[in-house]
Design a protein around this ligand. Structure first.
Ligand SMILES: [Zn+2]
Length: 641
């Protein structure tokens, strides 16, 4: 099976078969990034933001085109077999032209003579930067193309022979030689290539390639920058995480205002998954997967692991959102998924001037609206950690409810009624406990939220209830009221859970030292790491909902992420795309899982649960199952997935 994947850069959903490879990589052409600090991605612009990576789509080729080229040159590309691949300069220039200006530029590139190589390159490297940079770029390219592409042996042999025979005194022959020397088809470069197909038995869809520039093919290299990736996004040209297309890819969106601590939360989740994988019922997940923001991601991870505040995500930047991907399997390795945690800055999707959700942003960054699970983050104390926290939120907390409901409405509007992502309302920085006073409040929003007794996260709800009663500070009651309001609003749209935790356990201090050599945070000479509070509980819930951890004692992995609009039928609607008839056992397991993981239930779930309750919590026996059948059938819904 080949799965769809998401580009973590442009956020687009892409069929697994579609992937690009960079001919420059395969040919060992590295230009522009010769500066060590740029290579490490640590170069910053005048505002202190990390500089973008050099645009690299110019020399990329799709897997399909690569196969076509191979066929043209009579080089069979077989699964796991190394072949020597040749490409002519004309073909290479055509690829560059197509990528930079479509067919028109590609044609012009094809027409250029070898002596006009500079003009050809100018067509694709017209940079907005200054002339000096452009000159250097052009010179570097000319040099490396001359180095890599050699006048081909056959043409060379003809010329040499005719020269030896003295035929080159003939002006016609001379003219012919010049034409040959000027024809970019007569220059070629080669490399070893070893494709990996999705199915080893079928040479149809390339998963990835390995390559080598050595004369002998003994050393094959993965595509890396600096760690192995699968290839490049066919839309934006940025690196695609390893495993994309091979495993289901789930996006977990953390939505919150800038100061709600989302980036720290993501780092804490990654650390928790790595440290406590056994407790979480998953296999060791390994390191985060490489993507275009690998260096920034790893820098933040190193800062977090050493007890320093993470770099602020720039909400106004046009670079989409910060995110981090990791490959996770359940403990028995029955299921493996790619999970990307996406940092969605509320400021990015909200127009503060007219107090409206910025629809454009949702379109521009499809990743925001494509998540399979949302975590709505808000700081439990309006004042945050004080000044150490940086800027305050510039959009009102209510904006988050608006953004979330807009995302859900869009999903419904897109006729994807069967895939409504569950949501967790998360109060962050939960370690900030105020001076306890016991003032039970009748207004406590959590008093009216009743979860089923099977709900596994009831303690979390109680924590919030207590936090409200234990204080009368508006700083804390306001965010908690918000939490209650959000629940009221969103629980009619999707499955909801609610918890509070802390990624840091104290305020984070900004690191001012050498980024290349980060030292652990100390206070008066004492090493003080971060203290994660209840992050394990959050991770457990996420893993259960994603079907990567068995739920409780059930030994049951959710086969897919539960959707609020998903219903069962015992009928025979199977066969059609979306429809699938469930066995009674499926129904039973699913509904128990829903009760254990979410506070609220969909109307049909509720009907089934009522039947369930009539039997004092026992699953209805065979006589009752007839009644249950009726409940399901008269509901008029079918189970879709
Ligand atoms: Zn992309």
């Amino acid at each position: 099976m080949v799965y769809k994947y998401y580009c973590v850069d442009c956020g687009n959903e892409i069929p697994g078969e579609e992937i690009n490879f960079d001919l420059a990589d395969l040919l060992g052409i590295r230009i522009g990034n010769d500066n060590a600090s740029a290579q490490k991605g640590l170069e910053r612009d005048e505002k202190g933001n990390f500089k973008n990576f050099v645009k690299r789509k110019t020399t990329q080729i799709s897997a399909r085109k690569l196969l076509e080229l191979a066929e043209k040159h009579n080089v069979p590309l077989k699964h796991g077999v190394r072949s020597f691949f040749k490409i002519t300069l004309k073909e290479f220039l055509t690829v560059m032209g197509e990528n930079e200006g479509g067919e028109v530029i590609a044609q012009e590139m094809r027409r250029k003579k070898y002596s006009e190589l500079r003009d050809a390159l100018e067509l694709v490297f017209q940079t907005s930067e200054n002339r000096i940079v452009e000159e250097k770029l052009l010179n570097d390219w000319l040099k490396i193309l001359a180095e890599r592409f050699h006048f081909n042996d056959e043409a060379n042999a003809t010329i040499v022979q005719q020269k030896e025979e003295g035929k080159d005194v003939d002006p016609e022959i001379r003219k012919m030689h010049t034409l040959m020397m000027e024809n970019t088809t007569n220059y070629e470069a080669g490399f070893w290539i070893e494709p990996e197909y999705f199915r080893s038995s079928s040479d149809q869809d390339i998963y990835t390639v390995r390559y080598s520039l050595h004369n002998q093919s003994a050393f094959m290299e993965d595509i890396h920058e600096p760690m192995s990736i699968r290839g490049f996004c066919p839309i934006c040209g940025q690196p695609v995480i390893e495993g994309a297309g091979k495993y289901p890819h789930e996006l977990v969106g953390l939505l919150g205002v800038q100061s709600s601590g989302k980036t720290s939360m993501i780092m804490a989740i990654i650390k928790e998954l790595q440290d406590n994988f056994g407790y979480l019922g998953i296999s060791y997940p390994g390191a985060p997967l490489c993507d275009s923001r690998y260096h920034i991601m790893m820098l933040n991870k190193e800062l977090y692991d050493n007890g320093w505040a993470v770099e602020k995500t720039n909400a106004s930047s046009n670079e989409g959102s910060f995110n981090i991907s990791i490959k996770i399997s359940d403990k028995n390795k029955r299921v493996t998924k790619l999970v990307t945690f996406v940092d969605i800055a509320g400021e990015q999707c909200y127009d503060i001037r007219n107090h409206q959700v910025n629809q454009e942003a949702l379109q521009k960054y499809p990743v925001i609206g494509q998540c399979k699970l949302y975590i709505l983050c808000s700081c439990i104390d309006k004042t945050g950690y004080g000044n150490a926290d940086g800027e305050n939120a510039i959009i009102p907390e209510n904006a988050l409810i608006q953004i979330a409901t807009t995302i859900y409405e869009r999903l419904l509007g897109m006729n994807r009624t069967t895939k409504i992502p569950p949501l967790c309302i998360l109060m962050t920085k939960a370690d900030m406990s105020p001076e306890p006073v016991d003032r039970p409040s009748a207004m406590n929003p959590f008093r009216n939220i009743k979860a089923h007794e099977k709900y596994l996260y009831k303690n979390q709800l109680d924590n919030l209830l207590r936090a409200y009663d234990m204080t009368d500070e508006r700083n804390i009651r306001d965010p908690l009221d918000w939490c209650g309001r959000t629940y009221g609003e969103i629980s009619r749209r999707t499955y909801v859970s609610m918890m509070s935790c802390s990624a840091l356990g104290r305020s984070g201090v900004r690191y001012e030292g050498d980024l290349q050599n980060i030292v652990p945070y100390t206070d008066k000479g004492v090493l003080i790491g971060f203290r994660r509070v209840r992050i394990d509980i959050l991770c457990k819930w996420i893993m259960e909902v994603l079907g990567l951890k068995t739920i409780d004692e059930m030994q049951y992995l959710l086969p897919h992420i539960p959707s609020y609009r998903e219903y069962y039928t015992l009928g025979n609607n199977a066969g059609k795309d979306d429809y699938f008839s469930a066995t009674e056992e499926d129904m039973k397991l699913r509904i128990i899982a829903i009760m254990k993981l979410f506070i609220n239930h969909a109307p049909l779930d509720q009907a089934i649960i009522n039947e369930f309750n009539k039997e004092n919590g026992r699953w209805p026996g065979s006589t009752l199952s007839k009644r249950l059948k009726k409940v399901v059938e008269t509901s008029g819904f079918v189970y879709r997935r």
